[in-house]
Structure formats: structure tokens, C-alpha cells
Design a protein. Structure first.
Length: 400
């Protein structure tokens, strides 16, 4: 598998060229090498709800958590072997159980240290690779990896403040979060074209239904193609997902969830244009397969809801180390038109729709230090009266 960068949501399998991280590599006497790398980031985030809503101010991590990754690599019997561990804490304190939302507590009570990555890789002579363990899923990962708010804050959720966890970026505002999942994934040799196919730990369909029996793995796939022409580069990607769950130990009703995603990215001189989109059924929205913001299963409990979304993004290099970006995107979840008595919602109306517009300045201050300034308007719903919020953030990211 083409190695994902550490900086992009803690996907570190190596040193990111984008952020010019340094990393520490030690060569062992047995021929193996050990690498330690990561990042620490901190943002001041100011939020103001519209229509005389509350105002919040916090100091917290952005869409990327802080990250510390450890990797050991060696070669045996012609195979390139590696193991990888990724720890992802946040700087702000979380809220203890029973605490009122609105601010962090003292000391470290409730803070999160997210063990996002634990996997091994087996690399073959032809450049192909098997990844086995916990890592970012294939479906939708290119959408988040190419999102400019990955290096910032993006959305925090209307009413969001200084609680635990990372911000949303465009999660739920242009793509569904793929999550870090247990998997066995095969990838062809990196190059202009690459195909990855994996078997994943399946997820139950949370919400109104009882599709909790996962008899077979989920299947996810991704194809990427990149081409260079002079100073310009072009890239496309497509991805897919299929999963079957049941509501009974044997027999019963089965629910098939599926999704498709695609995107294109063009670098023409100092301008980069990115357009992505996705569709799905039985995936939910915001967090994949989660009941948050609607859920994948209809009110009647047996039919599945459809979802779609995407974003468009422009990035322009205004100086050798400074990029100015603007992006707009949305995610929505639709009811199932079947009657409630037959397992649906009784209509095909849009159940939830989140939209986000973001403008940002991303400045590479030094080889390892990045400064970010963002302004966003997020809205949860349709129409002028839907809850909305202005988010302003600024902070630093240091990669090592």
C-alpha cells in the first residue's frame, strides 16, 4: 500500500513531504531500523452561534490529534517487514461523566489517548504489500486526505466548545469519516495507478434496527491514478464499500450497506483544484454506521436510508511558503420512502443536511512548523432559520 502520511490524520507510515517532518531513525545491529515521528498542534478556537446564540472560546487540538508513532522495519527472506504503533492524544481536558457541557475540567481527567494504529506490513519483491491490523479504512480516505482543513480546524459542530476529542474538519460536512478499523488489505505496487482491496471488521447498523449479526467481513476497495504533465499534475480516485448484516442468528432479514466515492485533483502551476463526492445506502452520515445525526436505519427498523455529499476546494500559492484556500461542501441523509409499517420512514425527505464554507491561510513557517488561520461558517439544516455558527481559529502545528 502506498504509505499514508503521518500528518494526514495520524496516518503516519513514514515522514510526510507535505509538512517536511524530520523524524528520528535508528539503525539496529540486526539489520532492522527504528523510527519515531509525530506532531503536536494547538489552536485557539472562537465560535459564535447565529441568532443571538452563545459564544465559546477554547484552546484545543484541531482535526489532527497530536501524534506519536513508532515503527520498526527489517528485511527477511526477501520480504520487507514492518510493525507500526500510533498514539493520538489531544491537549485539552475532556469532560467527566455527568459534567455539564461548556468547558474542560482541571488536571487530566477525561483526556483521550487514542490508539489509532496497530498494524504490520509485508512487502513483496514486486512492490505490492499486505497490511494487517488497525489502520484508516479505504472507503473515503482520499476525501479526507485531500481536505485542506486536515491541517486546521474546520467545523466544530454547532454548539461545540472546549470538550474532549478533535474537531470535525469536513467530517459530516463533505464526507463520512472512514474511521480506523481492523483489516487485512492488499495493495499493488505504488505508481501512477494503484489498487487496494481489503477485508474489514464489519460494523453493526446502529439506530432503529437490530442488524447486529456480522457473519462475513466488510469489503472495501480503492483505485488511484496520478499523472504528471510538465509542471502540472492530475489525480483521480474511486472507492467502494459493501457490507451485509443480519437481524437474526440464522435466517432473518439481511441488510446490505454499500457506498461509492470519487474525486479529482488538479495542480496547475500555483492553483490546486479538488472536487470529491460520495453516495451510500445504510452508511449513515457524519460517522460511518453511527446513529449520530440520523442513523442508517429507518424509523420502521428494516429499511435503510441513503446519504450523499461532497466538497469543492481551491488552493492558491500566494507566496513560496503560503497557501490561501477556500472550500465548500455538504453532507445529507435522506429518509426511506417506504411506509413505517413496512420498515421505512414514510417519506423521502432530507433528514439531516450539514454545510460548511471555510477560508484558510496555511503558512509553512519553517521546515517543520506550520501556522494556520481559518474562518468557517457551518450550518446544520436547510434554510435561513437552521442553526448556524461562525468559527474562527488560529494555531500552530509542529511536525518532527
Amino acid at each position: 500500500m502506498k504509505r499514508l502520511t503521518l500528518l494526514l490524520l495520524g496516518l503516519a507510515l513514514g515522514v510526510s513531504a507535505t509538512a517536511n517532518a524530520q523524524g528520528l531513525t535508528m539503525q539496529m545491529s540486526n539489520g532492522w531500523s527504528f523510527q519515531f515521528s509525530g506532531n503536536v498542534n494547538a489552536f485557539w478556537v472562537f465560535t459564535k452561534q447565529t441568532n443571538s446564540g452563545p459564544t465559546f472560546s477554547s484552546v484545543r487540538t484541531g482535526l489532527l490529534p497530536a501524534f506519536a508513532t513508532f515503527e520498526a522495519r527489517g528485511k527477511e527472506a526477501g520480504l520487507n517487514l514492518a510493525v507500526h504503533f500510533g498514539f493520538a492524544p489531544q491537549i485539552q481536558n475532556g469532560l467527566p461523566a455527568g459534567a455539564a457541557a461548556g468547558g474542560p475540567t482541571h488536571d487530566q481527567f477525561g483526556t483521550q489517548i487514542d490508539m489509532r494504529q496497530v498494524y504490520l506490513t509485508i512487502g513483496f519483491k514486486d512492490g505490492s504489500q499486505i497490511l494487517a491490523g488497525r489502520e484508516l479504512s479505504l472507503f473515503g480516505r482520499q476525501n479526507i486526505l485531500n481536505d485542506m482543513t486536515l491541517f486546521g480546524v474546520g467545523a466544530v459542530g454547532v454548539g461545540g466548545n472546549g470538550g474532549g476529542g478533535t474537531t470535525l474538519g469536513r467530517i459530516g460536512y463533505g464526507y463520512i469519516y472512514p474511521n480506523f478499523n481492523a483489516q487485512i488489505t492488499y495493495s499493488t505496487k505504488p505508481g501512477e495507478a494503484q489498487l487496494s482491496v481489503g477485508l474489514f471488521q464489519p460494523s453493526v447498523l446502529e439506530g432503529n434496527g437490530n442488524f447486529i449479526y456480522t457473519r462475513i467481513p466488510r469489503v472495501e476497495a480503492e483505485f488511484t491514478y496520478n499523472q504528471k504533465s510538465g509542471k502540472n499534475t492530475y489525480g483521480i480516485w474511486v472507492g467502494g464499500l459493501w457490507q451485509s448484516t443480519s437481524d437474526s442468528v440464522t435466517g432473518g432479514k439481511s441488510a446490505s450497506s454499500f457506498g461509492g466515492t470519487a474525486g479529482v485533483k488538479v495542480n496547475a502551476s500555483d492553483l490546486t483544484v479538488t472536487v470529491t463526492g460520495y453516495i451510500g445506502k445504510g452508511l449513515g452520515t457524519l460517522l460511518m454506521f453511527s446513529p449520530v445525526a440520523g442513523g442508517p436505519v429507518s424509523t420502521g427498523g428494516t429499511e435503510l436510508r441513503t446519504s450523499d455529499g461532497g466538497y469543492a476546494q481551491l488552493m492558491y500559492k500566494v507566496a513560496p511558503k503560503t497557501n490561501l484556500g477556500v472550500s465548500w461542501g455538504f453532507s445529507r441523509l435522506k429518509n426511506n420512502s417506504a411506509t413505517v409499517g413496512t420498515g421505512g420512514d414514510g417519506n423521502s425527505a432530507v433528514r439531516t443536511q450539514f454545510t460548511l464554507t471555510t477560508v484558510g491561510v496555511y503558512h509553512q513557517w519553517t521546515k517543520s512548523l506550520k501556522w494556520v488561520l481559518e474562518g468557517s461558517r457551518e450550518q446544520q439544516g436547510i434554510g435561513a432559520g437552521a442553526p448556524a455558527q461562525i468559527d474562527i481559529s488560529s494555531g500552530f502545528m509542529l511536525f518532527y
